[in-house]
Write a protein that binds this ligand. Structure first.
Ligand SMILES: C[S@@+](CC[C@H](N)C(=O)[O-])C[C@H]1O[C@@H](n2cnc3c(N)ncnc32)[C@H](O)[C@@H]1O
Length: 153
């Protein structure tokens, strides 16, 4: 397992904008690849009514996320998996969120293309997915959010 990005949490505002940009709906399934302290998966469930799964390499962050999920009584809708995002099965996702690096996005891109269904949305904070054309770009101060929609196969 190798780390594709350091742990730098998104701001609360960035998380909300990512989920709004993805038009995440009640009952949909969100995956956050590299879920950090779980802030995206928790907001996805609490504020948007989604089912959410986080994949995180760092055990301390997984423990922290599990504690928060229990404290907030979200065990029925939020789950965090300790492991390498490159090895995770992401086929159930309607929405995937990324806050990694451009190089990491380049590595993840073929997996997204292969495993996600047509119409699934991918939102990347700060970093583009090289070679993909965003459907929408949302500028937030000095940073941007990129929305991609998986095309038909
Ligand atoms: C920039 S942080 C983003 C955290 C969270 N998604 C957010 O927006 O607040 C990137 C996270 O990806 C995790 N990560 C890096 N490489 C990973 C890998 N191969 N598998 C799973 N998690 C990984 C890091 O440990 C870190 O917590």
């Amino acid at each position: 397992m190798s780390s594709l990005a350091p742990h730098v949490p998104s701001s609360e505002e960035a998380v909300r904008k990512m989920l709004e940009l993805a038009e995440l709906k009640r009952g949909e399934c969100l995956y956050d690849l590299g879920s950090g302290d779980g802030r995206i998966i928790i907001m996805a469930a609490k504020e948007f009514g989604a089912r959410a799964v986080g994949i995180e390499l760092r055990e301390d962050l997984v423990r922290q996320t599990k504690r928060k999920i229990e404290e907030l009584n979200l065990t029925g809708s939020v789950k965090v998996i300790h492991g390498d995002l490159m090895q995770a099965d992401i086929t159930p996702a309607d929405v995937v969120t990324l806050y990694l690096t451009t190089t990491a996005n380049e590595k993840v891109a073929p997996k997204l293309q292969k495993e996600l269904r047509p119409g699934a949305r991918v939102v990347s904070f700060c970093f583009k997915i090289p070679g993909w054309t965003p459907t929408k770009i949302l500028d937030m101060d000095t940073r941007s959010l990129y929305l991609y929609v998986i095309p038909g196969k």
